[in-house]
Design a binder for this molecule. Structure first.
Ligand code: B12
Length: 424
């Protein structure tokens, strides 16, 4: 329902000529307000990435940000402790939590985590990073991903904790050997995160195994980010370009190197591409020429407190635009394929289409898990594609991999959807 609402309000804003007519400052404010509005919604866990973006912005609503900080320290904190007790992977969430607390200048030394034992939060992350490093040593990749591994290094570095030279070396090595991927292709988002993490180490003068090697891998990251630039200016796609611009800013790139990407981000922001709060939280700092590295020097003094929310303009409108036919192919891990056909209302999300399919046709079932990016498709036809097995359900439309999740992707024409259990 929330998705439909947001989609319809995006359509309405477009129809009303907004936010297309907004200048840069108004556009920043409008995105800033969307983030602020999202922290009022209590049904989801507080999102540390949203908190970081709110805190990196020059405009604040200090009361709402402080309330959100308290929710992070209670609700997210408890959720991370629960994951640790269940021996689930938490490096990335823990790192984002630490970065979020740092963004509010919270005293991290005084914070403890109780998983299987009670430990200062920063020491715990340092230990988890050691475990990840061991995993790379034996299995040639982290248990989580290089994206989360980089977040871990960045969080430690930004908090003034020395990062073990063996830990940083594993990231430098992965960059140099082209091991940082999203599915099968080179991952721009993870390169960006790795760039910010390694630049932080360089700025801090943290001892690394080989200084020349660090310089080389920073140059490699920069080159790959610049090479990933599409004709429309985006580095990677519209959802990685924000982090890529942040990384180039952090690495001291000249304005002319990232200006085309900034323009592409502005254009997409105006077109309403970034309605998902997670996407806004990664794009807004870049639009405001900030990066996660700025958290290191944040002192939280003399902050603006002028950001206020206007009356909520969301209107629930149901538009009946007819129906569209959809073919859905499921390809299981053993190669077995199943094909289904349905008709769904035009503008439905893939999630709504799958729900109709599940209700109306025998054989098709699906299940999902919640994450910071929203609803992740985890089970199809009783087969799970798990992170622990390094598999996922890859979703494509007419042979092209989707750049959005199943709740955000809207069906606006007849198409063939493929859901394939894929190894990564
Ligand atoms: C690593 C990663 C993956 C890995 C996750 C497993 C792993 N080993 O970590 C794999 C390869 C499985 C993956 C899959 C997909 N991904 Co991905 N992924 C990422 C990446 C690089 C980092 C996520 C992360 O670790 N965050 C940090 C941790 C702390 O946050 P978290 O919420 O706990 O992380 C979990 C979720 O993010 C979830 N996840 C990963 N991708 C996606 C995508 C969606 C839509 C959802 C709901 C959840 C989700 O897996 C993470 C690990 O458990 C992000 C980049 C970014 N800018 O954020 C892209 C990113 C989130 N992915 C994206 C996409 C499009 C997908 C796919 C939809 C691609 C596809 N067509 O199949 C699928 C998901 C399909 C499904 N089954 O629902 C987009 C989302 C854009 C959007 N507007 O929604 C991003 C931003 C990349 C991009 N620039 O296009 N992804």
């Amino acid at each position: 329902m929330k998705g439909t609402l947001v989609f319809v309000s995006a359509l309405l804003s477009l129809a009303a000529g907004k936010p297309c007519g907004l200048d840069h400052d108004e556009l920043h404010l409008s995105l800033n307000k969307q983030l602020l509005r999202s922290v009022d919604m209590q049904e989801n866990l507080p999102n540390p990435s949203v908190h970081i973006a709110l805190r990196l912005s020059p405009h604040h609503n200090l009361a709402k940000e402080s309330k959100h900080l308290n929710r992070l320290k209670t609700e997210l904190h408890d959720d991370i402790e629960k994951s640790l007790k269940n021996k689930e992977l938490a490096v990335g969430r823990l790192a984002l939590y630490i970065l979020a607390l740092r963004s509010s200048c919270y005293d991290l030394q005084s914070l403890y985590l109780t998983g299987n034992e009670r430990e200062p939060v920063l020491i715990h992350l340092k230990r988890e990073m050691e475990e990840e490093k061991q995993n790379i040593l034996f299995s040639h990749r982290p248990k989580t991903s290089y994206y989360q591994y980089s977040l871990g290094i960045l969080a430690l570095c930004v908090s003034g904790i020395r990062v073990n030279a063996h830990v940083s070396h594993k990231l430098i090595h992965a960059v140099e050997h082209g091991q940082i991927k999203h599915g099968e292709s080179l991952c721009v988002d993870s390169h960006a995160m790795a760039g910010m993490a390694l630049q932080c180490l360089k700025d801090e003068g943290t001892s690394v195994k080989d200084v020349d090697e660090l310089e080389r891998s920073l140059a490699t990251i920069k080159q790959r980010l610049l090479e990933s630039k599409r004709a429309d200016g985006h580095m990677g796609n519209e959802f990685s370009a924000g982090l890529a611009v942040q990384a180039l800013l952090a690495m001291g790139s000249q304005m002319d190197e990232f200006e085309p990407s900034l323009k592409a981000l502005w254009a997409d922001a105006r077109n309403g591409t970034y309605h998902d709060t997670m996407a806004i939280s990664q794009v807004l700092p870049a639009l405001q020429k900030q990066s996660y590295l700025h958290l290191k020097s944040k002192d939280c003094r003399s902050e603006d407190d002028t950001l206020v929310l206007d009356a909520d303009s969301d209107a629930e409108v149901f538009l009946d635009q007819g129906r569209v036919s959809l073919q859905v192919e499921v390809i299981k891990s053993n190669g077995e394929a199943f094909v289904y056909s349905i008709h769904v209302p035009l503008g439905s999300s893939l999630f709504q289409a799958f729900s109709v399919l599940q209700d109306k046709q025998k054989g098709f079932t699906f299940n999902t898990e919640e994450s910071l990016w929203g609803t992740f498709l985890s089970v199809v036809n009783d087969e799970q594609a798990r992170q622990s097995d390094r598999r996922y359900w890859q979703v494509s439309s007419d042979g092209i991999t989707l750049t959005q999740g199943i709740k955000d992707y809207k069906i606006v024409s007849k198409q063939n959807i493929s859901i394939k259990n894929t190894e990564y």
